[in-house]
Ligand binder design. Structure first.
Ligand code: KIV
Ligand code: ZN
Length: 514
C-alpha cells in the first residue's frame, strides 16, 4: 500500500450509533453499511457485539453482506468481548478485531482501579487473544489525549510486540489542540522502536470543535488511518466528520500530499441517509453537507459566482454528488423517470421497491405538483419502511381547531386489517389531539421524549418530516413521518413508532416461547 494513502475507518455504526437516543434496527444498520461500502470506506466499525444480543446480530448480519470493505467490531481488553467479536465477524469476507483499554492516569485509577502495569498486561493479553483469530488486530489506548507520552509509547510498543497491526491514539474527550495532538503522533512515530510494524491511527472527538483539525495535523505527522463518522455523529459533540477530512484532503491535495479511496460522489447521499435514519438533523451551515454549504446569498457573492465560480467556491457541489437540476418529476412522469432519478442518486433497483415507490410517488405528485430527489429518497427509505410488516395503518385524520377552544381530532386506522376509529377532544393543539386519538385506539400509554419537525424542501410546498422518540415499558422507539401536512406527518411518525413496538413485542414473545 502506498504510504500516501489514508485509510478511512468509519465508525458511524459504532461510536455514532452509541450516541443516538433510540438505536437503529438491524435493517437500518445494514442499509447504512451498504451505503458506506458504496462510499468506499476501507474499514467500517459496526458495533460492540458483547454489549447486547441485538448488537451481535447486527454485526453478524453486516459482516455477511459487506464484500468491499473490511468489517470491524469493538471489544474491551477482555477475553469474552474478543471472543464475541470474533463469533460475530467470522462470516465476513475480511474483518478486524478492535480491542481497547484506557491508558490515562485518570481512567486507569478512577475507572479501572488498576495500575498502569496491569493495563499494559491486559492490552498485551487482549491483542494476543485477538491475533489467535485474525491477523488484523487494532489496539486503542483510550484517552490517549490525556495520557503521558512515555506511557503512550510504552503501551503502543507492547501492543505491537503482541501483534497489533494498527495502533490507535484516541483523543477520547476532544481535549487536545492541533499542534499538541500532532506532537503526540510525532513522538509516537519517532520514539516507538517497532512503529514501522503497524499503521498509526487517529480517533478524535469534537468537544472543542478540533476533531477535523486534529486528525489532519496527525496525518501531517505520520498517521495513516483516520477514524471518523458520517456527519460527525458520535459521543457528546461527536467524532471527526468523514466528509470534512476527506474533502479537506481532496481539496488541499497539493498541501496534504496524501489521498483516500473514497468515492466523494456518494457523500451527499450517505449523509442524508444517516441523518434521516438516525433522526439527527444536519445544521444548515455544516461544512460540506449542510444545506447552505454551497449556497451563495449576498449580492456581491452571487455576482462573483456568475462571473467566475472560483471566486467563492473552493470545491464544486457535484464532487459530493449534488446534482444540477434535471427533468422535473410530476404526476405525468413515468416509472422510468422515477427509476432514472434514483439511479442518478446512485441507487440500484435492489435498494428499494420500484412498484411501491412509484405508487407513493404518484400520490405525492398529485398533492405536491413537483417532486424532488430528496422527496424520492425520503419516500423510498422512510415511507417504504413504514409499509412493511405493519400491523397499524393510517386511514383518515380530521382535526378541528377553533380559536379559544381545545382542539379535537377524529382518526381512523386499520389495526390488523380491521378498521377502527376514535375521537379525541381537549388536546393543546391538533397534533396532541391526534396523538391522543391514536393512543386510545391502540390502548398504549406512550411518553413522548423527543419531537422534531423539519421542512424537506423549500417554500409552501415543502414536505414536513416529523421525527419522534417515544418511551414504552422502559424502552425508546423512534418514528419518522413524512407528509405535506404536519398533523399527518406527526400521525405517521407515531404510527411508525407503534409498529416498531409491535415488532419488538413479537420478538419478545418468540424469545419467551423458546
Ligand atoms: O473515543 C474513544 O476512545 C473510543 C475508543 C473505543 C476507540 O471510541
Ligand atoms: Zn470514540
Amino acid at each position: 500500500m502506498s504510504n500516501n494513502n489514508i485509510i478511512i475507518f468509519d465508525t458511524t455504526l459504532r461510536d455514532g450509533e452509541q450516541s443516538l437516543k433510540a438505536s437503529l434496527t438491524v435493517k437500518e444498520k445494514l442499509q447504512i453499511a451498504l451505503a458506506l461500502e458504496r462510499l468506499g470506506v476501507d474499514v467500517m466499525e459496526v458495533g460492540f457485539p458483547v454489549s447486547s444480543a441485538g448488537d451481535f446480530d447486527s454485526v453478524q448480519t453486516i459482516a455477511r453482506h459487506i464484500k468491499n470493505s473490511r468489517v470491524a467490531a469493538l471489544s474491551r481488553a477482555v477475553a469474552k468481548d474478543i471472543d464475541a467479536a470474533y463469533e460475530a465477524l467470522k462470516v465476513a469476507e475480511a474483518f478486524r478485531i478492535h480491542t481497547f483499554i484506557a491508558s490515562s492516569a485518570l481512567h486507569v485509577e478512577a475507572k479501572l482501579k488498576r495500575s498502569f502495569d496491569d493495563v499494559v498486561e491486559m492490552a498485551v493479553a487482549a491483542v494476543k487473544r485477538a491475533r489467535g483469530y485474525t491477523d488484523d488486530v487494532e489496539f486503542s489506548c483510550e484517552d490517549a489525549g490525556r495520557t503521558g507520552i512515555d506511557n503512550i509509547c510504552r503501551i503502543v510498543e507492547a501492543a505491537i510486540n503482541a501483534g497489533a497491526t494498527t495502533v490507535n491514539i484516541p483523543d477520547t474527550v476532544g481535549f487536545c489542540l492541533p499542534n499538541e495532538y500532532g506532537n503526540i503522533i510525532h513522538q509516537v512515530m519517532n520514539r516507538v522502536p517497532n512503529i514501522d510494524k503497524a499503521i498509526v491511527s487517529v480517533h478524535c472527538h469534537n468537544d472543542l470543535g478540533m476533531a477535523t483539525a486534529n486528525s489532519l495535523t496527525a496525518v501531517q505527522n505520520g498517521a495513516r488511518q483516520i477514524e471518523c463518522t458520517i456527519n460527525g455523529i458520535g459521543e457528546r459533540a461527536g467524532n471527526t466528520a468523514l466528509e470534512e477530512v476527506v474533502m479537506a484532503i481532496k481539496t488541499r491535495q497539493e498541501f496534504m500530499g496524501v489521498d483516500t479511496r473514497i468515492n466523494t460522489q456518494e457523500i451527499h447521499r450517505v449523509s442524508q441517509m444517516v441523518s434521516q435514519l438516525c433522526n439527527m438533523p444536519i445544521q444548515p451551515n455544516k461544512a460540506i453537507v449542510g444545506s447552505n454549504a454551497f449556497a451563495h446569498s449576498s449580492g456581491i457573492h452571487q455576482d462573483g459566482m456568475l462571473k467566475n465560480k472560483n471566486t467563492y467556491e473552493i470545491m464544486s457541489p457535484e464532487t459530493i454528488g449534488l446534482k444540477k437540476e434535471k427533468l422535473n418529476l410530476t404526476a405525468r412522469s413515468g416509472r422510468a423517470a422515477v427509476k432514472g432519478h434514483m439511479a442518478d442518486m446512485g441507487y440500484t433497483e435492489s435498494d428499494y421497491d420500484l412498484d411501491k415507490l412509484y405508487e407513493a410517488f404518484l400520490q405525492l405528485a398529485d398533492k405536491k405538483g413537483q417532486v424532488f430527489d430528496y422527496d424520492l429518497e425520503a419516500l423510498a427509505f422512510i415511507d417504504m419502511q413504514q409499509g412493511e410488516e405493519n400491523r397499524l395503518k393510517l386511514d383518515v385524520i380530521t382535526t378541528q381547531l377553533i380559536s379559544g377552544l381545545p382542539a379535537s381530532a377524529f382518526v381512523q386506522v386499520e389495526l390488523d386489517g380491521v378498521r377502527q376509529s376514535a375521537t379525541s377532544q381537549g388536546g393543546n393543539g391538533p397534533v396532541e389531539a391526534t396523538y391522543n386519538a391514536i393512543m386510545n385506539i391502540v390502548g398504549m400509554e406512550l411518553k413522548m421524549s423527543h419531537y422534531n419537525l423539519t421542512a424537506k424542501g423549500e417554500g409552501a410546498e415543502a414536505l414536513g418530516q416529523v421525527d419522534i422518540v417515544v418511551e414504552y415499558e422502559g424502552r425508546k422507539f423512534h418514528g419518522v413521518g413524512l407528509a405535506t401536512d404536519i398533523v399527518e406527518s406527526s400521525a405517521r411518525a407515531l404510527i411508525h413508532a407503534i409498529n416498531a413496538i409491535y415488532r419488538s413485542k413479537k420478538v419478545a414473545d418468540i424469545k419467551a416461547k423458546k
